[in-house]
Design a binder for this molecule. Sequence first.
Ligand code: GAL
Length: 478
Amino acid sequence: MNKRTLLAAVSTAALFASYVPAHAAGEVEVLHWWTSGGEAAALNVLKDDLETKGVTWQDMPIAGGGGEQAMTVLRARVTSGNPPVAVQMLGFDILDWAAEGALANLNEVAARENWDEVVPAALQSFSKYEDTWIAAPVNVHSTNWVWANKKIFDELGLSEPTTWDELVAALDKIKDAGYIPLAHGGQAWQEATIFDGIVMGAGGPDFYQRALIDLDPEALGSETMKIAFDRMATLRSYVDDNFSGRDWNLASSMVIEGQAGMQMMGDWAKGEFLNAGKQPGEDFLCFRIPGSQGTVTFNADQFAMFSVSEDRREAQIEMASSIMSPAFQTAFNVVKGSVPARMDVPDTAFDACGKKGMADLAAASESGTLFGSLAHGHAAAASVKNAFYDVITAHFNGEFSSEEAVEELVNAVAGALLLEYVRCPGALGAGTTCRRKNRRQRWQQLPKSDRGPAYRSRAFRSAYRVPCHASFWHRVSS
Ligand code: GAL
């Protein structure tokens, strides 16, 4: 345990020492993907807190930033009839599990603790399903950040870039000085994370809404989208040769250690800087992806609570309640790099980047410039998100020109939507619309006539193939 982790553990223990549990509340098995140094330090805050309340933690870590692997493992666990008590989850995935009837009802604890009043509406739309609380939000992250090495910036006389052209000029200067300009890990979710902020910077908030949330084909196929892809290609030229497959926290280390000038990543990267003993303003800088200032593309980690047997319920409710306590929200988020999921937590304990994150979130929420992150499952369902991933990453790796990427994107999104919402199988009523229950199942019988032009896209062809049996579908309209 390094000094910072130790300090965090000690201060957490002190923070919660006043709570004396009446009796042991049991055990929680928790599935999550917080396996990097900074993430593990934050997770320890939660484990330690629960231990003071007599709740034992059974760890189920599934490595892989962004949580794709974790969601695959989860599916297998639920299918085998043995879900974990609590699962770290993002946005639309939570709603999908709720629609499958797999999640527990937290309304009693939520009403007792007044969650409706303190959790921002943007988060509640993923913590509640049909008026039932099903998840406890632990934080708010945002993806449109840049993390920079201050020593390199000082040495080269650079100031924080505020426009795309200034960013490119800074990257050039860093390259000329012999550093790696942009630390990046070549994984689809990391490229998509950058794409969030680049789309926002290229097109502004209205465009982000139309393209990434409304999935308007015109916006997806527009010249502005081509500019976004051109910018992604420009960024690709500032990445080192060994970027492929690199984990995001190793890319953060390159900036921390002064090999690279910047990383574009969500504010979980700050957790890595802090875990390495670095201070904002002294060792590193945090600023918004140029062009996206004034907007926030957010994702919130929530613990979705699964329907479990009665004997595991007490510990589950204790965990949900602990997560929502204001003291915990502070203790956890100062370590994690995120900001609280409650609106009534003061910013006093937060560092300069945390204070900025909280102020940006409040301002964006006020001015209507707060949007769900596409990359982290808060703009569209997983099938659509994955369609974006395929195209963004293929383009980043030089498989498509920007023109081709725009065309592929229109087709891939249309294909994903077609698979998401289709004419119901006869057993559910002719002429109604259905949405798949289990998007990981394979599709087999959708008639070609229902597939439309999207059928031609590569992403569509490799997409999901799900049997047409009625049990695979929910009816969503009549
Ligand atoms: C995000 C998650 C963050 C962080 C990141 C990298 O999806 O919201 O908490 O863990 O993945 O693993």
